[in-house]
Design a protein around this ligand. Structure first.
Ligand SMILES: [Fe+2]
Length: 351
């Protein structure tokens, strides 16, 4: 079948495992919107795979690229219909944006967080940064509260351009919050704000490629991280988080996209989490929405986009799932050094 051929082409050209069903989803996304970022979001595949799929559609006359839009053609409509492919409807609950959380009790946190986050450092490409919306950060804290992972707990945040540590500490519920980041601007911002607001928050400069300092190992109840998504990079964050937990009952919150991680990579990551002694208790698709970062035009995927349009700062297209894990065994991770580039692999798009 033709979609299988396109899937094969994507695999050969980019080394990204995709199925005919994935290619059908790209066509469905193109039926739904002419906007490249909406298509990328709805297709839910590594960005380069979606771009290659669209190129293959264009060669078959199913879509046309005009200015910065992707238009489905009559031929494309006919093909979709013959294959039983229709537009994608997310059917997302508009009240909670699909997170299933009531944020009303966190209204004052939302306001306080907005006030202190105003002067936050801008996302830097050097560290693969790109932070989530303020509402997303508050929702993460609300979920941790609901799961019993916040009040009275010792919390560590590994890489914190999202300012999760700040939002957690602003609730004044945790016993202690520690943030580690490789970016001196973020450490300085968190430390300064913690002092000004009298928060139980400390921030330290730390490169997560290096082992966790011994005084932070097995000391915490909860960790948060939003890892870079190469497999090694993901482990660098996830394993450090798990090694920071005291033991069974400790919980972790991690982000994971479909846009830089194929389901094959999801499988490897899930296996690694299970092997480390954890179980996945919750998984919320598209929980995290990201504010567009200032280096869109120099990110890896830009060159592959069939049409090029810089999205507005608050026009979210990059979303990721939130995964909650809980240790059911003693943590089984090696606190080893990760040498070299932990940011890039064949599925990377935004690095
Ligand atoms: Fe809802």
């Amino acid at each position: 079948m033709e979609l299988e051929g396109i899937a094969q082409r994507i695999k050969e050209k980019h080394g990204i495992p995709v199925t005919a069903r994935d290619v059908a989803r790209v066509l469905g996304a193109a039926l739904t919107s002419a906007d490249i970022w909406r298509i990328v979001d709805l297709a839910g595949l590594p960005v380069l795979a979606t771009c290659e799929g669209l190129q293959a559609f264009a060669e078959r006359g199913w879509v046309q690229f005009v200015d910065d839009r992707v238009w489905i053609t009559a031929e494309g409509q006919k093909t979709a219909q013959a294959l039983g492919i229709g537009p994608i409807q997310e059917l997302r609950c508009p009240r909670c944006r699909g997170r299933g959380l009531e944020l009303e009790p966190f209204r004052s946190l939302t306001q306080e967080f907005a006030r202190v986050a105003k002067d936050r450092p801008e996302a830097a490409q050097e560290f693969d940064q790109g932070y989530v919306t303020e509402e997303t950060t508050v929702a993460r804290i609300a979920l941790a509260f609901a799961r019993g992972d916040l009040a009275g707990k010792e919390i560590i945040v590994l890489g914190d351009d999202d300012l999760v540590s700040l939002a957690a500490a602003l609730t004044r519920l945790p016993k202690r919050v520690v943030a580690l980041d490789v970016d001196a601007r973020i450490v300085e911002f968190l430390s300064r704000t913690a002092k000004a607001e009298n928060l139980a928050l400390e921030a330290h400069l730390h490169d997560l490629r290096d082992p966790l300092p011994s005084e932070l190992v097995r000391r915490f109840d909860t960790f948060f991280c939003d890892p870079t998504e190469s497999f090694r990079g993901y482990l660098a964050f996830a394993h450090r988080g798990i090694s920071a937990l005291r033991g069974p009952g400790g919980a972790g919150y991690l982000g994971l996209t479909r846009l830089e991680a194929s389901l094959a990579k999801w499988q490897r990551i899930q296996k690694a989490l299970l092997e480390a002694g954890a179980v996945i208790t919750d998984l919320f698709p598209n929980f995290h929405e990201y504010v567009n970062w200032p280096y869109i035009e120099t990110m890896r995927a830009w060159a592959f986009l069939p049409v090029k349009r810089v999205p507005g700062k608050f026009e979210p297209w990059y979303r990721s799932a939130l995964i909650r894990v809980e240790l059911v065994e003693e943590p089984r991770v090696e606190n080893v050094r990760y040498a070299g580039d932990i940011f890039t692999d064949e599925e990377a798009a935004t690095t």
